[in-house]
Ligand binder design. Structure first.
Ligand code: FAD
Length: 290
């Protein structure tokens, strides 16, 4: 499959990138790792006149500062996230999600910005980002604005990004005290699969009472975007996370998701898998805090 003709642009400053986006708007596409975009262009889903490569820009890197949290440049590769010692230590769910994406070759090319902007319901990075209260920074010649990841991904392959904006970085606040986060997808194969369902959890426990003080649970591939389970979260907060409580919460997650039947799985099987993953992730997270 050949690519449609386009002009290749490689700005070296973010100001130049913003200028190019302001000029070419809908006629251009940003290229990060290209693991989605090049396929879409080969399939003629997109025929941009201009392709703007991010790779000469200072948009990659991982910075963790205690008290200020984590900043991940949009062009940071999934492989770098999987391997980052800070992410593995303080935000394990992000490293777990990164480690599940595609294959080593895909992870070496694919970026966090591409994974968020792609906004696939099955994408692996959004569920843990939702549970960690991540925010994205969108930049254009008009300045920068920050949105919660839940406001940014608005539907199946839909985001709030404007044609003249680029995603500059993802910010994640400091981990909650006495907390742990976990992520697991489930697919039909061990690698190169599209998730049937996934679950991310982030739980904090009050050391004085042993009760859950904060909880966020997000489910992937069971709605048009990574969706939270607000009733399950509310049910968990204030309770000691015993096995019985976790079992109840897991069942509630299965009730709250909104899966569809498709060729990979039925909706009822997806609900069951969400329950299984929620139970495992909550148990793992709680055990890590204890
Ligand atoms: C074989 C294979 C297996 C895969 N497996 C998985 C998987 O297991 N899990 C998963 O989640 N995904 C998977 N993917 C999808 C893909 O690899 C990821 O979504 C990846 O993170 C996309 O990142 P990228 O840098 O390659 O994006 P690109 O292809 O470069 O871009 C994707 C889209 O985002 C836009 N974009 C990228 N960066 C920015 C930015 N900074 N600002 C504005 N717009 C931007 C582009 O214009 C384009 O529309 C797979 C893909 C392939 C080909």
């Amino acid at each position: 499959m050949s690519l449609p003709p386009f002009e290749y642009l490689a700005p070296t400053t973010t100001a130049d990138l913003a200028g190019l986006l302001a000029t070419h708007r809908d006629k251009c596409r940003v290229l990060a790792g290209g693991t989605d975009l090049v396929n879409w262009m080969a399939e003629k889903i997109y025929r941009p006149d201009y392709v703007i490569d991010l790779r000469k820009l200072p948009l990659s890197g991982i910075r963790y500062e205690p008290g200020r949290g984590l900043t991940i440049g949009a062009a940071t590769t999934i492989e770098a996230i999987e391997r980052s010692p800070e992410i593995r230590r303080f935000y394990l769910a992000l490293a777990q999600a990164a480690g599940q994406i595609g294959s080593p070759q895909i992870r070496a090319m694919a970026t966090i910005g591409g994974n968020c902007c792609n906004a696939s319901p099955c994408a692996d990075m959004p569920p843990p980002l939702v549970t960690l209260e991540a925010r994205v920074v969108l930049t254009s010649t008009r300045g920068s604005r920050e949105l919660a990841i839940e406001e940014f991904i608005t539907g199946n392959r839909q985001t709030a990004i404007q044609p003249d904006e680029f995603l500059e970085c993802v910010r994640v606040p400091d981990p909650w005290p006495h907390s742990a986060c976990r992520y697991s997808p489930f697919g039909l194969r061990a690698a190169q699969e599209i998730d049937i369902a996934s679950v991310a959890v982030n739980v904090a426990v009050d050391p004085a009472t042993g009760a859950v003080s904060k909880a966020r649970i997000a489910m992937g591939a069971v709605a048009p975007f990574a969706m939270r389970a607000p009733q399950a979260e509310a049910q968990l907060v204030g309770k000691k996370p015993t096995s019985d409580v976790i079992d109840e919460i897991a069942i509630q997650c299965g009730r709250e998701c909104r899966p569809i039947d498709d060729l990979r799985a039925s909706a009822s099987y997806r609900r069951h898998i969400v329950g299984v993953l929620a139970r495992r992730m909550l148990r793992d997270a709680v055990a890590a805090i204890a």
